[in-house]
Design a binder for this molecule. Structure first.
Ligand SMILES: NC(=O)c1ccc[n+]([C@@H]2O[C@H](COP(=O)([O-])OP(=O)(O)OC[C@H]3O[C@@H](n4cnc5c(N)ncnc54)[C@H](OP(=O)(O)O)[C@@H]3O)[C@@H](O)[C@H]2O)c1
Length: 408
C-alpha cells in the first residue's frame, strides 16, 4: 500500500485533487484516541491516521483468545502497515467500569496526553434481541468515554454516528439534531439517543464535539478490498448462495427442485431465477465507499466546527433497480424484479422466501425516499464527493468479497 495514498473522490471543477496530508487535512502530526479500531470503519481510520504519520491510542477489548494488541497487529498486517506499529499504543478497556476499567496510573497516563478522541465503537446489530447490549454499548458506555474526554481535557470529541439516526423521517434530513422519536430498529434508536447524550455531556463539560453520520459503507472503491462484509454485501451474498443452491440442484441433483420453482439454466450459462423484491416505496440506497468515508472524515477532523453534524452520504444514490441489474450482471442471473407497495400477504416463491429472510432487517434501507443534507460536509471537505457507484466499482468489491469467501 502506498505510504501517501491518493484521497479518492471527485472534486468540483477548479479544485485540485487532495492527498492525505494536503492542507484540507492535518499537516501536523497528532495523537488521537480511537475506539472501534477493530471494526470496519475504525480500522480504516486507524490505517489512514498511521499512514499520514499520526500516533493513535487504541481503546478496545480483547477477544477470548486474542489480546487487543494482537488483534491490532493482525489488522496492521492486513493493511500492510506493520512498519507503523511504533505509532500505536493499545489499552484494553471496559467502558462500563470506572476509569474505563484501567488502573488509576494507566488512566492518568492516558489522560495526560490530552488527545482528540474519535469514538467509533458501537454495537451495530439491528436486532431487538440485542437491545440490552445495544443500549449498554451505545449509550451507557458514554459516561466513561466522555468522562475520559473531560479528565484528559480532550480538545475534540468526534462521535461516529449514522445518517439513519434520523429514524422514521421523510424528505430532506438536515445536518442537525435528530427530530424523530420513532426508529426502524434498536440500532437507529440507540445511535440517536447517543447523539443527544454526546451533545448534552460535551456541552456541559465544554468539550468541542462533532457528530459524523455516514450512510451505508462498502469496500474500497479503488481496490475492492474490505475487512467486513455486512450491509450491501449481505444482499449480494444471499443471491450468490441462492444461485449456488439451484446450480447444485441442476448439475448434481437432476434439477427437479429448480423445475418446480420455475428456475432454469439457459444455453449461455445464465441462470433464470424469478425473484421479486418487494419494497414499500420507490427510493434509493445511500452507499459510500470506505475510502470516501476516510478521506471525508479526515477533512472533517481538520476543519471541524464545534457542535456540528456532518452527513457523509451520497448526493446521487443508486436505485434498487440499479443494484439488481449489477447483481444480475455479476452473478450471471436474470429474473430479479422490484415491486412496490405489495400487499404483505403476497405468496413468495421459495427463492424469494429465502432471500427475504436474509435481507429483511435491511429492507427499509433499500428503498429510501429521504435525502441527506451535506452542506456542512461540503464545507469541511471542499466539496469532495464520493466516487460514483458504477458497475465496475461494484464488481471490484464483490470479486474481492467472493475471493475471500465473504470474510469467513
Ligand atoms: N458500517 C457502516 O456501514 C456504518 C454506516 C454508518 C455508521 N456506522 C457507524 O460507524 C461506527 C463503526 O461501525 P462499523 O461498521 O465499523 O462497526 P463494526 O465493524 O461492527 O465494529 C464495531 C466496533 O465497535 C467495537 N465495540 C462494539 N461493542 C463494544 C463494546 N461493548 N466495548 C468496546 N468496543 C466495542 C467493536 O469491538 P470488537 O471488535 O471488540 O467487537 C468494533 O471495534 C459505528 O458507530 C456505526 O454506528 C457504520
Amino acid at each position: 500500500m502506498a505510504e501517501t495514498p491518493f484521497v479518492p473522490g471527485i472534486l468540483p471543477e477548479g479544485k485540485s485533487a487532495l492527498r492525505i496530508g494536503d492542507d484540507m487535512t492535518d499537516t501536523s502530526t497528532q495523537t488521537y484516541v480511537l475506539t472501534g479500531a477493530t471494526g470496519f470503519l475504525g480500522s480504516h481510520l486507524l490505517a489512514a491516521l498511521l499512514q499520514r504519520g499520526d500516533r493513535v491510542i487504541v481503546l478496545g477489548r480483547p477477544t477470548a483468545d486474542e489480546s487487543l494488541a494482537a488483534r491490532i497487529d493482525r489488522l496492521l498486517a492486513w493493511f500492510d502497515l506493520r512498519g507503523r506499529s511504533g505509532q500505536i499504543e493499545t489499552a484494553e478497556v471496559d467502558f462500563l467500569k470506572p476509569l474505563c476499567g484501567l488502573d488509576p496510573e494507566r488512566y492518568q497516563e492516558l489522560c495526560d496526553k490530552a488527545c482528540t478522541i474519535i469514538h467509533c465503537a458501537s454495537d451495530t446489530r439491528f436486532s431487538e434481541r440485542n437491545r440490552h447490549e445495544s443500549t449498554t454499548t451505545n449509550i451507557d458506555s458514554l459516561d466513561q468515554i466522555i468522562g475520559f474526554a473531560k479528565d484528559s481535557n480532550a480538545p475534540w470529541f468526534h462521535y461516529v454516528s449514522t445518517a439513519y439516526a434520523a429514524g422514521i423521517a421523510s424528505g430532506h434530513c438536515p445536518e442537525a439534531p435528530v427530530a424523530s422519536e420513532r426508529f426502524v430498529n434498536v440500532y437507529e434508536e440507540t445511535k440517536a439517543r447517543a447523539e443527544k447524550e454526546v451533545a448534552a455531556h460535551c456541552t456541559i463539560c465544554a468539550i468541542p464535539f462533532t457528530i459524523i453520520r455516514p450512510s451505508i459503507v462498502y469496500g474500497d472503491s479503488r481496490s475492492g478490498r474490505a475487512n467486513c462484509f455486512n450491509a450491501l454485501y449481505n444482499h449480494v451474498k444471499s443471491l450468490y448462495y441462492i444461485k449456488e443452491i439451484y446450480l447444485k440442484d441442476i448439475h448434481e441433483q437432476g434439477g427437479r427442485k429448480s423445475r418446480e420453482h420455475g428456475i432454469y439454466l439457459d444455453d449461455s450459462g445464465i441462470l433464470h431465477l424469478p425473484l421479486k423484491i418487494a419494497v414499500a416505496d420507490r427510493g434509493t440506497i445511500n452507499l459510500i465507499p470506505i475510502d470516501y468515508f476516510v478521506s471525508a472524515s479526515l477533512s472533517i477532523l481538520a476543519n471541524a466546527q464545534p457542535g456540528t453534524f456532518y452527513h457523509i452520504t451520497s448526493a446521487h444514490p443508486k436505485t434498487l433497480e440499479d443494484l439488481a441489474s449489477y447483481c444480475e450482471a455479476f452473478l450471471n442471473i436474470r429474473g430479479i424484479e422490484i415491486v412496490y407497495g405489495v400487499a404483505p400477504n403476497r405468496a413468495f416463491n421459495p427463492p424469494e422466501a429465502l432471500f427475504n429472510r436474509f435481507i429483511e432487517p435491511y429492507l427499509p434501507y433499500l428503498s429510501d425516499t429521504r435525502t441527506f443534507a451535506r452542506n456542512n460536509t461540503d464545507g469541511a471537505t471542499a466539496g469532495l464527493i464520493p466516487p460514483e457507484f458504477t458497475f465496475d466499482v461494484f464488481e471490484r468489491c464483490m470479486e474481492y468479497a467472493v475471493g475471500v469467501h465473504w470474510g469467513k
